[in-house]
Design a protein around this ligand. Structure first.
Ligand SMILES: [Zn+2]
Length: 60
């Protein structure tokens, strides 16, 4: 359960596990896809990698 401000209805609501549609572990962090109470699909990036700056390739 977490709090999210919806980009469609602009309301700050609690999101429950039953609203989660998918969880993907990516190189940019954990991407949680869920449905807001207004039925708009939203995403949240969380996890340790979410706060890390993007990796910069080493100069040759
Ligand atoms: Zn909403």
């Amino acid at each position: 359960m977490f709090v999210h401000t919806c980009s469609a209805c602009h309301r700050r609501e609690l999101i429950f596990p039953s609203q989660v549609l998918a969880v993907d572990n990516t190189e940019h962090g954990i991407v949680v896809r869920f449905a807001c109470w207004c039925d708009a699909e939203q995403t949240l990036v969380t996890g340790v990698d979410a706060s890390r700056p993007a990796a910069v390739p080493a100069a040759a």
